[in-house]
Design a protein around this ligand. Structure first.
Ligand SMILES: NC(=O)c1ccc[n+]([C@@H]2O[C@H](COP(=O)([O-])OP(=O)(O)OC[C@H]3O[C@@H](n4cnc5c(N)ncnc54)[C@H](O)[C@@H]3O)[C@@H](O)[C@H]2O)c1
Length: 380
């Protein structure tokens, strides 16, 4: 694959998740050439730059570097819109962490800007490119569960307002970051990848305990109240364009973590695990089996471990091979509209008709399961 010119990348937002992105983008994917990273906090980009042997840069240096083609936006959700917009205006393709913005207006603006400039916008999560969800797609497309007729997704994660010791409120308690946006993105991308676009949504969403209190005695704002400005409970009913129904419950008001994703068909059921992961086991139940015990199925695809950045690599191969990238802006926008549409439906008491449409992204070719050779599945 050395004959293809690698695509130069700059990463903006050198916080927690940038570590695995940079590790994979510098070490796993030959199509990517990471030039440098930046952050509002100097120390963070300096540390990441040293760790991965890349340049510490400012946002402006990344945006004005004529060789950088893709900006990876791993800032927190409150900064996604401004950083992606600046990158598009600077003529760069963008791959952004979920979700794309904090308002529908901003999200529409980004989509229109990318189109106007002839640039790509791509959205995380890219976990559906991993071994588990690609294998699940292969089983569904091969008819192993017949026609999918229902899907059930549930994610519960307990979030309490402990806060960082630097005083910043955790992103899951600020606009655009609540669990329906944050974790909901994994489930929605997984379901769109498997079942296609969504026609109508309805449901309930709210912020339980809208005024919370900092609970950590070491937090500078210990015992102070704050507005929890994003929903922390949502139950959505989904009608997919192909006729399948689904539900998605995402909440952060209880304790523990219970990720669930199941797809029910006329001939069987696929029991999947956490779509935040790339290679959790998947199980098949076929109608007619006497005991109906779920049977673990082997993976047909590679990338079973944390492969964050595969979506960026897929975009880079897409640029070089002149084909669409799979973690598309359309998919990210559609998922964002679902979460906002459910809130709208809850307010109006009416079913929300989706305004956006997305097709299932092309599946990855099967069989590329081992080591670095797996990257050949993206060269298509
Ligand atoms: N932490 C995780 O486990 C995880 C997992 C998957 C996805 N994500 C997603 O990744 C994104 C980032 O999450 P994180 O946990 O790394 O957050 P973080 O707060 O640790 O890092 C975000 C970084 O972005 C920087 N930043 C913010 N605005 C900026 C700007 N305008 N210019 C330059 N730098 C800026 C911040 O200073 C911070 O260092 C979020 O969208 C989150 O949903 C996080």
């Amino acid at each position: 694959m050395a004959s293809v010119k690698p695509v130069k990348v700059g990463l903006i937002g050198a916080g927690a998740i940038s570590g695995i992105y940079l590790q994979n983008m510098t070490q796993i994917f030959s199509i990517l050439d990471v030039v440098g990273c930046s952050d509002l906090i100097d120390e963070r980009s300096r540390n990441r730059a040293q760790e991965f042997g890349i340049r510490q840069m400012t946002n402006d240096e990344i945006l004005s570097d004529p060789e950088i083609e893709i900006v990876v936006n791993t800032t927190y959700p409150l900064s996604h819109y401004e950083v992606s917009k600046a990158a598009l205006l600077a003529g760069k393709h963008v791959h952004c962490e979920k979700m794309m913005a904090t308002t529908m207006g901003e999200a529409r603006e980004l989509m229109a800007l990318a189109k106007e400039k002839g640039l790509r916008i791509g959205m995380a999560p890219d976990t559906f490119l991993g071994a588990a969800l690609q294998t699940a797609r292969k089983y569904i497309d091969a008819g192993m569960i017949g026609t999918p007729i229902n899907a059930c997704a549930l994610v519960m994660r307990g979030y309490k307002p402990m806060g960082e010791q630097d005083g910043r409120l955790s992103m899951v308690m600020t606009a655009g970051g609540g669990i329906p946006y944050d974790m909901g993105g994994y489930y929605l991308h997984a379901m769109i990848h498997l079942l296609g676009g969504i026609r109508r949504v309805s449901g309930f969403a709210k912020t339980r305990n809208p005024v919370e209190v900092f609970a950590n005695p070491r937090h500078p704002r210990y015992k102070e109240g704050f507005d929890f400005s994003t929903p922390n409970m949502m139950t959505a009913a989904l009608e997919f364009e192909q006729g399948c129904y689904g539900t998605l419950t995402a909440m952060s008001e209880s304790f523990g973590e219970t990720p669930r994703l199941e797809i029910y068909g006329t001939e069987g059921t696929l029991v999947l695990s956490d779509p935040n992961n790339y290679g959790d086991p998947i199980y098949l139940i076929r109608n007619g089996y006497q005991q109906m015990k779920p049977c673990e199925v082997p993976f047909t695809h590679g990338y079973p471990v944390n492969s964050r950045g595969i979506g960026v690599a897929d975009m880079a191969w897409g640029i070089r091979n002149d084909r669409p990238h799979r973690c598309s802006g359309e998919m990210g926008f559609h998922a964002f509209e679902v979460v906002n549409g459910v809130q709208e439906s809850c307010k109006t008491g009416r079913v929300y008709e989706m305004t956006s449409h997305v097709d299932r992204p092309a599946p990855l070719p099967a069989g590329h399961v081992a080591g670095t050779a797996a990257e050949a599945c993206l060269d298509n």
